[in-house]
Design a protein around this ligand. Structure first.
Ligand SMILES: CC(C)(COP(=O)(O)OP(=O)(O)OC[C@H]1O[C@@H](n2cnc3c(N)ncnc32)[C@H](O)[C@@H]1OP(=O)(O)O)[C@@H](O)C(=O)NCCC(=O)NCCS
Length: 330
């Protein structure tokens, strides 16, 4: 099947106003700024307002991406949202965003579930659909209100996560080699129990007892996830470079999932790239899951760190356990 090139026409991001610092967290659980910063590189994170849902943040990010692309919501014919904190279990958050943003009725809208790798899964899906010629302009949005699924009494997880949204607008191009050059997605389902929300699904529907036990909250085996993250991201980066006969030297900027500075540092070491070839903002946002790469990508572009002709590597890992990488030529 013949495929058109797909390009990123615009980027946008949104961070809620409320900043939650490590010092404030130290008053909520038994932790310290020093512990959090040395283990994760995080100084602060944003927390959405009570009445601010994942769709509201996604709309803000999408509006900025549309403005950047010089397009109107009425010109979008596909909305793909990556999130693990949807507005509701049903329907898709993409449908709420469609309506709030003014994307035309009858547009294709759906969510993708791949946790922190979700944005790359959504990007690949949307680019394949636009590349096929059956869709023309897509919004790909990563949006998360992780503050709503974190157990604020569990110091091993609550210090790591934050809220926010990022978005890109995808369009077609007749220039070969432009835009999304390639992707590599994968998962290791046998390790699903290292990072999950055990309650509230069809395995264990919510009951008074499950709520009392806290099964609705995110649970993580941090040390094991750390090892997978390093290995998964290294392999995802190496495989995609090999597949396209490239080396790390061809990459002008790596935009990794922002979970932990130490994970990013170990990828840098593995690729033998200096850390300044990585875009890092984890100190300000913590881990915003599916929103992390599109927020970082938008901030990198707006900071002038991505120029026409540059080759960017996006790389992620997350619950599933999933991983993904993407090469983008600007
Ligand atoms: C979570 C993470 C920061 C923990 O760092 P670590 O060096 O592995 O620390 P450990 O889990 O071994 O815990 C060390 C000690 O610190 C304690 N600790 C855990 N959280 C703490 C906190 N917030 N403040 C203070 N102490 C804490 C632990 O209880 C443990 O104490 P113990 O030795 O008495 O049992 C790290 O494992 C990590 O980043 N993992 C990956 C997580 C991730 O990225 N998840 C998202 C995937 S998308």
């Amino acid at each position: 099947m013949s495929h058109r090139s797909t390009v990123i026409l615009g980027t946008g991001s949104y961070a809620p106003e409320r900043v939650l610092t490590n010092a404030e967290l130290a008053k909520m659980v038994d932790t310290s700024d020093e512990w959090i910063f040395t283990r994760s590189g995080i100084r602060e994170r944003r927390i959405a307002a009570e009445n601010e849902a994942a769709s509201d943040m996604g709309v803000q990010a999408a509006q900025r991406a549309l403005a950047d692309a010089g397009l109107k919501a009425s010109e979008i014919d596909l909305v793909v949202v990556a999130t693990l904190t949807p507005d509701m279990p049903m329907p898709a958050t993409a449908c709420f965003i469609q309506h709030k943003l003014g994307v035309p009725p009858a547009t294709a809208c759906f969510d993708v579930s791949a946790a922190c790798s979700g944005f790359l899964y959504a990007l690949d899906t949307a680019c394949a659909m636009v590349g096929s010629g059956r869709y023309h302009r897509a919004l790909v949005i990563g949006t998360e209100k992780l503050s709503s699924i974190v157990d604020w009494k569990d110091r091993t997880t609550c210090v790591l996560f934050g809220d926010g949204a990022g978005a890109v607008v995808i369009g077609a191009s007749n220039e070969p080699g432009q835009g999304l050059v390639g992707t590599k997605l994968g998962a290791f389902g046998e390790s699903a129990n290292l990072l999950w929300i055990p309650g509230g699904g069809s395995v264990a529907p919510t009951t008074a007892a499950s709520l009392a036990a806290g099964d609705q909250f995110l649970k993580m085996k941090g040390r094991e996830v750390f090892k997978f993250a390093v290995r998964g991201m290294e392999e995802a980066a190496r495989d995609i470079l090999e597949q396209h006969q490239l080396t790390a030297d061809h990459i002008s900027l790596v935009v990794p999932h922002q979970a932990n500075l130490r994970i990013i540092e170990s990828i840098a070491q593995y690729l033998a790239l200096p850390l300044d070839r990585f875009f890092v903002n984890v100190e300000r946002y913590g881990n915003t899951s599916a929103a992390s790469i599109p927020i970082a990508l938008d901030e990198a572009r707006r900071a002038g760190r991505i120029k026409p002709g540059d080759l960017t590597l996006l790389v992620a890992f997350g619950a599933g356990l999933t991983f993904g990488s993407a090469l983008v030529r600007w």
